[in-house]
Design a protein around this ligand. Structure first.
Ligand SMILES: Cc1cc2nc3c(=O)[nH]c(=O)nc-3n(C[C@H](O)[C@H](O)[C@H](O)COP(=O)(O)O)c2cc1C
Length: 260
């Protein structure tokens, strides 16, 4: 069973491709995470868990969900992380979750995809041609990964050095607590109050008040699901996003530039 969380479609695309190649089921975790549904997941085939990388690790709402969900059937677990190029500690944290469940960790793969962190001033958005290049390279990479799973092999990823862990471990909780405020989100007059942003928020952090979204400052993960799934591109963040492309892989899949 291939399971995934995805905000702007990169990870969904990888998960769906894998499921198709392996003739397996594909499950979106979003609604389970939103409703706190930790019911058991059972599969005869290995579990392949696909997730984006947020600040050098798996999103905390994803790791929390995985920790609290029981898995039955096949004991093998593979992870696939999509990132803008640096997955940091994602693999080691995934391994710990699997070991604690007394399941078999079959390694993790890192796939470089376009960056979707549109509210960040630190990383420039990935240019159009580079997005096409990365997505096309990912299509090839997924075929290799599917072959490894079919042969019951292991995924291999780069070694993460101790100095990287020493930087990431204290930095990440600080970032999660202080660097993801919601006060910058606002809607423009393109907003028609459709409520899609509310439904796309994995942690129920958006209320609709008078037909407009209001962001509660609960524990926003800055996942970008609200801003990058708005069909009217009516959500902006402070003065950072107005001139940036609102990345969503759908635009690229429709463009005819991806060789699936
Ligand atoms: C809050 C946040 C933090 C991110 N942190 C990283 C990171 O540490 N390293 C990286 O390479 N990419 C990072 N990214 C980029 C995403 O991991 C990447 O674009 C991913 O493929 C998005 O997947 P999705 O489209 O399935 O949501 C971050 C994105 C967000 C929204």
């Amino acid at each position: 069973m291939v399971i995934y969380y995805s905000a702007s479609g990169n990870t969904r695309f990888i998960a769906e491709q894998l499921a198709e190649l392996l003739d397996d089921k594909c499950l979106d975790l979003k609604d389970r995470i939103r409703s706190g549904d930790n019911s058991k997941l059972c599969s005869k085939k290995p579990f392949i868990i696909c997730s984006p990388v947020y600040v050098c690790e798996m999103p905390r709402f994803v790791s929390y969900h995985l920790k609290h969900t029981k898995f039955c059937g096949n004991r093998n677990v593979y992870f696939v992380f999509t990132s803008g190029g640096y997955a940091g500690m994602s693999g080691s944290l995934a391994k710990r979750i699997v070991k604690n469940k007394k399941m078999i960790y079959k390694g993790h793969a890192e796939i470089k995809m376009p960056s979707n962190h549109v509210v960040s001033n630190m990383y420039p958005p990935t240019e159009h041609d580079e997005c096409v290049k990365r997505i096309n390279a990912a299509v090839k990479e997924v075929k290799k990964l599917a072959k490894i799973v079919r042969n019951e092999g292991e995924f291999k990823a780069r070694h993460v050095f101790l100095y990287e862990k020493m930087v990431i471990l204290p930095f990440n909780p600080f970032w999660a607590k202080y660097m993801q405020p919601t006060k910058g989100f606002f809607t423009t007059d393109k907003c028609i109050g459709c409520g899609l942003c509310q439904k796309s928020c994995p942690i129920n952090n958006i209320k609709i008040v008078d037909k407009h979204p209001v962001w509660i400052n609960k524990q926003c993960a800055h996942c970008m699901a609200c801003i990058l799934n708005c069909p009217f591109e009516a959500i902006e963040y402070a003065d950072i996003t107005q001139k940036k492309e609102k990345y969503n892989i759908k635009k690229y899949l429709r463009s005819g530039e991806i060789d699936i």
